[in-house]
Design a binder for this molecule. Structure first.
Ligand code: NAP
Length: 278
């Protein structure tokens, strides 16, 4: 191995990558990095106009990005998106990043809303978005990988899959299920289809984005809530993550540099999961 060979591993020319929830904060950063590494990137989102904020960053290439409507809970829209991608890039999908996900304030306990009263609909929404969204997208795009005999899937788990966080029981359980499904699918794809299809996940620590801002900061003052402060006290690096902090791990998991890695969940958390609090 030398520097040239190493660098080549991170050249994604002629690779087609789908990112569900790719108009979001973390998925959007991933999309920009992959365009920078020469990939064909398809951003799938139910609110594709959100990706407009990224357009300037795509224009410099060297890869290409397209934005395609898809709802990860509607398999027809995922299959339609697959057709659009095939036509636009003249290529099958080689890599899938399942980044659509999130929590809901209605599925979050508080003094006014105890566990017993969490609405069923809100709980189902969170389970569906995180678990079924990952399942259904994997069913649609992994089929093509099975036909090609190669591919990579990266799921988004979370710290709360390791140990649940207070107040967000549905999101914690759903992400624990994403971790479990990552392991299941890794074994299934390698043993039933091809050892060149790998499935892994990233477990991000705490990144301030739209899905958790209401829990971590005060909407009026922008200052940290008590929960936000507690998280920082339990993060040895004493800061929230920046979306770019995920890129090294993501590119490694997508690249041949991790050719013998499947079924793992990599924490990117500033040390949160390693710290006992003492
Ligand atoms: N931020 C963190 O600290 C953190 C930590 C651990 C794990 N994660 C995970 O990382 C992933 C990305 O999170 P993020 O922080 O970047 O959140 P985000 O900014 O809210 O991005 C999520 C994206 O998914 C889209 N989406 C929601 N429902 C969808 C559906 N049914 N079909 C297609 N797209 C849909 C959202 O669109 P809308 O705006 O229309 O809803 C949004 O563009 C999620 O799985 C999240 O759970 C985040």
């Amino acid at each position: 191995m030398n520097l040239e060979e190493l660098t080549k591993m991170y050249d994604f020319s002629d690779r087609t990558v789908v990112i569900t929830g790719g108009a979001g904060i973390l998925g959007g950063e991933m999309a920009c990095a992959l365009v920078g590494c020469c990939a064909n990137v398809a951003i799938l989102d139910r609110a594709p106009e959100l990706a407009d904020r990224l357009i300037d960053r795509f224009e410099g290439g060297p890869g290409r990005a397209i934005v395609v409507y898809a709802d990860v809970l509607k398999p027809d829209t995922l299959r339609n998106a697959e057709q659009v991608i095939q036509t636009e890039f003249n290529s099958s999908v080689n890599m899938l990043i399942n980044a659509a996900g999130g929590n809901s304030p209605k599925a979050t306990t508080s003094e006014e809303l105890p566990f017993f009263d969490l609405p069923e609909q809100a709980l189902r929404f969170v389970f569906d978005l995180n678990l079924m969204g990952t399942f259904l997208s994997s069913q649609v795009f992994a089929r093509g990988m099975a036909e090609l005999g190669e591919g990579v899937i990266v799921n988004m788990s979370s710290m709360n899959a390791i140990r649940p966080l207070t107040r967000i029981p549905a999101y914690s359980a759903a992400k624990a299920a994403v971790t479990n499904f990552t392991q299941w699918l890794a074994v299934y794809m390698a043993m039933e289809h091809s050892p060149h299809i790998r499935v892994n996940a990233i477990a991000p620590g705490f990144f301030l984005t739209e899905q958790n801002r209401f829990l971590l900061t005060n909407p009026d003052t922008g200052e940290l809530t008590e929960r936000g402060r507690t998280i920082l006290e339990h993060t040895p690096m004493n800061r929230f993550g920046d979306p770019e902090d995920l890129l090294g791990t993501l590119l490694w998991l997508l690249s041949p540099a991790s050719a013998f890695v499947t079924g793992v969940v990599v924490p990117v958390d500033g040390g949160f999961s390693a710290f006992s609090g003492v």
